[in-house]
Design a binder for this molecule. Structure first.
Ligand SMILES: *[C@@H]1O[C@H](CO)[C@@H](O)[C@H](O)[C@H]1NC(C)=O
Ligand SMILES: [Zn+2]
Length: 501
């Protein structure tokens, strides 16, 4: 049991206690990045419409998997801002310390802090990270890297594979996007400025590397012959939004990657006493929120619920495993104001896809441009029956996709109060099988600071994060170049975070 003192709002001293009455072999933590309370309503009503065909004042409500898993709520402010970014919030959840926006598991004075995943690895467990965006982006990075600036993704990639991590490789499975940080600068689309080829290096070190859908298929959802460690990087940057992916089908889905990770980690640990810690990020709920892209935000949220549904069933069959799930922050200031999902029903592509299509294919001639908008772009957005004035507004807008998303939002009764994050508390969800579920709920009922949650997981798994911190601080020692502090020089993280997810 941990009893700690937390300074809240700078003045009041509040004593908090996180005591785990639950013990488990495995913990799965799912982060729906940028998911707020309204995201769930929005997804549920759209799912109900699509599955039951009813909407309006008398809908047949189709419950989603997360709906009855709410346990508590979580405060998310960072060390330097009421509104957090994913790096500061991730550092709080992964490593139990408040830090500044942009920090990857380092404290405000730049000192590394051990994560729950690193503690799990040092405690003999297996570990995994999965994300639908770059695996080196903030939410996964905080578990297996320590750098001053979240923008240092090439450095994060090196640490995640163990190349420059003082504790060696701490992750056994990495699945997601962000390949550009692993390939040398000579490769087209690379995000590196050196000629390090981390894919080759990983293969030499014994990682099974896959970089496309066909190679992913050979993993057979984690039930094939492939052994850990597994590295799968299926896009240069973010992976496709689910709506776009359904049409293009060249990348695995969030659910497929989650299943693969759980099966592979389970198979590697089932015979022993030690289990696994796995973090899965549904990253692009946040991106669709930044884009004020309503159908996309709802569908990404629905896919998160589909993953949770599968994990719930898994846990019913594997009661030595518990699930926790909480967003890092809300995105978009989303409000449902007379919401009706009907206008979102026919959308088949994200605003991002639509904008790319417009940029590459829209003809220069005005009449042909208008026809291209009406015949190709609008059907993909799901909008129909627009007035001539609305079409003129879209054609005159600086961003066609933003104008379309705005009309779609207003038709559906969806308001976005910001293109960034908000400081609204987020919901904590949890699941365990049988009697454990009641204990988990009793343990976590109430309101928590985001730094308190990993202390709970630490208790559940019997781990020691502070011991990892001591090792890291010792390793940081004289030569702390690996912490990437040079990447902070001349940067104003306080304001830069506004451009970050
Ligand atoms: C969706 O598409 C169907 C079939 O084309 C059409 O009948 C319906 O009116 C469309 N719904 C909306 C809200 O545009
Ligand atoms: Zn964001």
């Amino acid at each position: 049991m941990h009893i700690r003192n937390a300074i809240v709002a700078g003045t009041a001293l509040v004593q908090t206690a996180v005591a785990a009455s639950v013990q488990a072999k495995n913990v799965i933590y799912i982060v729906p990045d940028g998911y707020g309370p309204a995201s769930q309503n929005m997804a549920r009503d759209l799912a109900s419409l699509i599955e039951t065909g009813t909407t309006g004042s008398n809908p047949e409500i189709h419950e989603l998997a997360v709906d009855d898993l709410a346990i508590g709520r979580v405060r998310t402010h960072s060390a330097n801002n009421m509104i957090t970014d994913s790096a500061a919030s991730g550092t709080a959840f992964a490593s139990a310390h408040k830090s500044y926006n942009g920090a990857i598991s380092v404290t405000p004075d730049g000192s590394p802090v051990g994560s729950i995943l690193e503690a799990a690895k040092l405690g003999g467990m297996k570990t995994g990270l999965v994300s639908t965006t770059s695996i080196t982006d903030a939410t996964p990075a905080v578990y297996a890297a320590h750098v001053a600036n979240r923008g240092s993704q090439p450095l994060i990639a090196e640490q995640m594979l163990g190349l420059s991590h003082p504790l060696g490789p701490v992750v056994d499975l990495l699945l997601g996007g962000g390949r550009c940080n692993f390939v040398p600068s000579t490769t087209s689309g690379s995000c590196r400025s050196d000629d390090l080829n981390l894919l080759d290096w990983a293969e030499e070190e014994g990682w099974s590397v896959s970089t496309n859908r066909d190679e992913f298929n050979t993993l057979k959802k984690g039930l094939g012959r492939t052994q850990l460690p597994i590295l799968g990087l299926f896009a240069q940057g973010s992976m496709r939004y689910e709506m776009d992916r359904k049409v293009e089908q060249d990348e695995p889905s969030l659910l497929e990657m989650g299943q693969t990770a759980i099966n592979a980690l389970h198979r590697a640990t089932r015979k022993g006493r030690k289990g696994y810690f796995l973090m899965i990020e549904a990253a692009r709920i946040d991106h669709a929120g930044h884009a004020s892209d309503p159908a996309n935000h709802a569908i990404e949220t629905w896919m998160y619920n589909d993953l949770i549904a599968w994990v719930r069933k898994w846990i019913d069959q594997h009661p030595d495993t518990i699930l926790l799930s909480a967003a890092d922050h809300e995105t978009g200031g989303l409000t449902l104001n007379g919401y009706d999902p009907l206008p979102l029903q026919n959308a088949t592509h994200s605003a991002e896809y639509i904008q790319n299509l417009w940029n590459s294919d829209a003809p220069a001639d005005a009449a042909a441009r208008r026809s291209f908008l009406i015949d190709t772009i609008l059907p993909a957005s799901g909008l129909s029956g627009l007035s001539d004035a609305e079409i003129d507004t879209i054609l005159d807008a600086s961003s066609v996709s933003t104008a379309i998303a705005s009309i779609l939002s207003s038709r559906a009764g969806v308001d976005w109060s910001t293109g960034g994050h908000t400081s609204v508390d987020i919901t904590l969800h949890g699941y365990a099988a049988g009697r454990k579920r009641r204990n988990l709920k009793a343990d976590l009922a109430g309101g928590w600071d985001n730094t308190e949650l990993p202390r709970y997981v630490e208790d559940v798994l019997g781990l020691d994060m502070d011991a990892v911190t001591r090792k890291l601080v010792k390793a940081a020692g004289e030569d702390d170049a690996w912490l990437g502090k040079r990447d902070l020089v001349g940067r104003d993280l306080e304001h830069e975070h506004e451009h970050w997810h």
